[in-house]
Design a binder for this molecule. Structure first.
Ligand SMILES: Nc1ncnc2c1ncn2[C@@H]1O[C@H](COP(=O)(O)OP(=O)(O)OP(=O)(O)O)[C@@H](O)[C@H]1O
Length: 244
């Protein structure tokens, strides 16, 4: 079976800074792929290339059997199926939690309000947010807001979820609840690509781990291989600092 989402030789340059230097990535359905690496190594940029928020300078992105970097592709169509959750939750502050979650299904997928609300309520309940549905985001903790952002992405029924440092902006006390939500998604078989600084979590959930340094994938393998027997000295050095 071919991969659901692939990057083939992706290059991205900002000015004279080569941020991605020919990155290959292959994500199978139901797999969790974790991107690890130092700040500035290119993890977020890679995720932004995968959902076409960035235009790649070279290489291709393939999704669901089609090359989506082909200029004839409708970007909005593609993004409907690729859910993305960012470090800063990016909820609409003037809308209730429920409206934040139902907006996409109603406006983009054309769902009826009643159906969208029913589904949103079921998702909010599953992620422990049923009591928050009528509140505005600023009445919620950062961890709750991030779980709403995950629910909002799920409400669009994406085929893959891209998670960009979803716990980095959170108080350490609130990280656990968000990681638990990701754990649940994995258990349900959601396909996920996740950039993270949470090494223990990556080790626990990843089917594959990619270690990026300066826009190059230095190491890739199962979590077991990468975390217990890394072959590249740069990975060893990084993990020695971050697994301590
Ligand atoms: N829009 C942009 N314009 C110019 N440079 C950028 C832009 N976006 C990212 N960069 C640069 O690209 C490099 C990679 O950034 P990126 O955010 O992808 O790294 P990262 O591995 O996700 O880092 P972090 O772990 O801190 O999120 C950094 O040097 C960053 O400054």
């Amino acid at each position: 079976m071919s991969a659901l989402l692939e990057a083939r030789g992706v290059r991205k340059t900002y000015g004279d800074h080569d941020v991605l230097k020919g990155v290959d990535l292959s994500v199978d359905t139901h797999h969790v792929v974790c991107l690890i690496g130092a700040s500035g190594s290119g993890k977020s940029t890679l995720l932004r290339c995968l959902n076409l928020l960035e235009v790649v300078d070279d290489g291709e992105i393939w999704f669901d059997g089609a090359e989506i970097t082909d200029p004839r592709v409708d970007v909005d169509d593609v993004r409907r199926d690729i859910g993305t959750v960012f470090q800063a939750f990016n909820l609409f502050p003037h809308m209730s939690v429920l409206d934040n979650v139902t907006l996409g299904p109603r406006k983009v997928r054309g769902a009826r309000r009643g159906d969208a609300e029913e589904r949103a309520t079921a998702l909010l309940t599953r992620f422990g947010l049923a009591d928050q549905a009528r509140k505005h985001p600023d009445a919620l903790s950062g961890g709750q807001q991030q779980r709403v952002a995950i629910v909002r992405a799920l409400a669009m029924e994406p085929k893959v979820l891209l998670l960009d440092e979803v716990t980095s902006a959170l108080d350490p006390m609130l990280v656990g609840g968000v990681l638990e939500a990701v754990r649940e998604l994995k258990a349900e078989g959601m396909t996920i690509v996740m950039a993270t600084h949470e090494m223990q979590f990556a080790r626990e959930v990843a089917d594959e781990v990619l270690f990026l340094e300066s826009g190059v994938v230095c190491e890739r393998g199962t979590a077991e291989q990468v975390f217990t027997d890394p072959s590249d000295p740069r990975t060893r050095e990084f993990l020695a600092r971050h697994l301590a």
